[in-house]
Design a protein around this ligand. Structure first.
Ligand SMILES: [Zn+2]
Length: 458
């Protein structure tokens, strides 16, 4: 197999990717074999042949070149608890997270989790990740989450949430407003919407707090200029609280909101979501794996004109790999259609290209960065990935979209660029010290296990 040659071009260098198969996901450019020029961290030009004497040329002829993936909702703080919930239902996951482990998290555990979780995502081509951080036990937890994301590299949105302590008060029809520390984080730590680390609010929404709290929290986010992401349509809570409908009644819906899951939200609610311009994110792997979620809402969202983003949600019960997430979303939707023996549905059968768009373009839109990332469009940031077209599990490639969606995995990614600078090169992460990240996460996991055992008196 052919790798990228030479040392990685340093940040700020003009780079010419020569002769790659450019899967731009740009409506006008489509797919072409050609060159892509990076200048000042941005995609400067895309074309069949570009000449630039000053640029460092990278032979991309054996690679598929794609925009980096965008994960619109992942809880990196759960990284030390990876894959422990393989056979659990949603109720058990909640107990483990918010009754057992969450209260014991120290700021350094949140740092270790963010560092490893973000780094692993970057290794898998996730150039942008929204870190849904409902582990805000103290202000130090917020600071350490942000530090972990920053040290890992990549583009991240820190979504400030509630503490993982005292779940009864914070998560069961809670009358507590969003923690006021969000204001400090916005005014002191993440003050700008530019740069690689930006901010959002991870609000509990109507399935975990009262409508007065929902209204308060959304108005606070809007005052602070933050997008809001909300879990909705989670199992029995969907029909019980009719969250989207009640938010509509209060006039709270809008394009600055992302609704995560929507599994059991009513069809009329999905229409309200669509009409308001809000976005949605589907976490198909975890919704399929854990009893209690309901069925991934991909097809129902499409039927109402909402093109969802994709998200891993939690590595407790899902792979962190966006290729796996794409396959789950595609497979689930096809299974639903097969099972009902439907004729071709009104919104059209879901395609591999659809889910690739969900994992890139729609993710970018959901996190409020649609104008900046999500496709290989000149003027956008050079956040992109190189996939080995001659990999044993992919070649020969007759249908590049099919190859990426059905056959791809993180190990096929040769290089990852964020803002024009390589963070993975020659198949190896260069953004941060992966060994350190693994060691810290191991130590954190050990501490958390002991702390939980001690408090249980075992
Ligand atoms: Zn979630």
């Amino acid at each position: 197999m052919t790798g990228v040659a030479g040392t990685p071009p340093p940040r700020g260098r003009r780079v010419l990717l020569r002769g790659g198969l450019l899967m731009t996901l740009d409506e006008e450019l489509g797919q072409l074999r050609g060159d892509l020029l990076i200048v000042d961290g941005k995609i400067h030009a895309v074309g069949s042949r570009i000449e630039d004497r000053e640029a460092e040329t990278v032979d991309a002829s054996t690679f598929l070149v794609l925009p980096g993936f965008v994960d619109a909702h992942r809880h990196t703080w759960q990284t030390p608890l990876r894959h422990t919930g393989a056979d659990w239902d949603l109720g058990r996951i909640f107990i483990e997270l918010f009754a057992k482990f969450g209260p014991h998290y120290r700021p350094e555990d949140v740092f270790a989790a963010a560092l490893l979780g973000r780094l692993a995502a970057l290794d898998g081509g996730v150039t942008t990740l929204l870190d849904w951080s409902h582990i805000q036990n103290t202000p130090d937890h917020a600071d350490e989450a942000v530090r972990g994301l920053r040290e890992a590299g990549g583009r991240s949105i820190f979504a400030h949430g509630q503490p993982a302590t005292d779940a009864k008060r914070w998560m069961a029809e809670s009358t507590l407003p969003h923690p006021s520390d969000i204001r400090r984080v916005r005014e002191k730590l993440l003050t700008t919407d530019e740069g690689l680390i930006t901010m959002a609010m991870a609000a509990r929404g109507p399935e975990f707090s009262t409508m007065d709290v929902v209204e308060h929290d959304i108005r606070l986010a809007r005052e602070l200029g933050l997008q809001v992401t909300i879990h909705i349509g989670l199992g029995n809570n969907g029909p019980k609280y009719r969250g989207i409908e009640r938010m509509h009644q209060r006039g709270l819906l809008g394009p600055d909101l992302t609704f995560v899951h929507c599994c059991t939200s009513g069809d009329h609610e999905l229409k309200l979501l669509a009409d308001s311009g809000s976005t949605a994110s589907v976490s198909a792997q975890i919704a399929m794996a854990c009893r209690g979620f309901g069925v991934p809402a991909t097809g129902r969202l499409l039927a109402h004109g909402v093109r969802p983003s994709l998200s891993v949600d939690s590595e407790m019960a899902a792979s962190g790999d966006m290729f796996a997430e794409m396959r789950a979303a595609l497979g689930m939707e096809r299974a639903i259609l097969n099972n009902t023996l439907q004729e071709r549905p009104a919104h059209g059968a879901i395609t591999a290209l659809d889910v690739l768009r969900f994992a890139t373009l729609e993710g970018a839109r959901a996190v409020g960065l649609g104008a900046r990332i999500g496709s290989l469009t000149p003027g956008k940031s050079a956040d992109l990935i190189l996939i080995r077209a001659d990999a044993l599990n992919l070649a020969p490639i007759a249908d590049p979209v099919g190859a990426v969606v059905l056959g791809g995995h993180a190990g096929n990614i040769e290089a990852v660029f964020v803002e024009g600078a390589p963070v993975k090169w020659g198949g190896k992460l260069i953004a941060a010290d992966a060994g350190k990240a693994l060691q810290l996460a191991e130590q954190s996991r050990e501490y958390l296990g002991k702390a939980v055992a001690k408090s249980a008196g075992t």
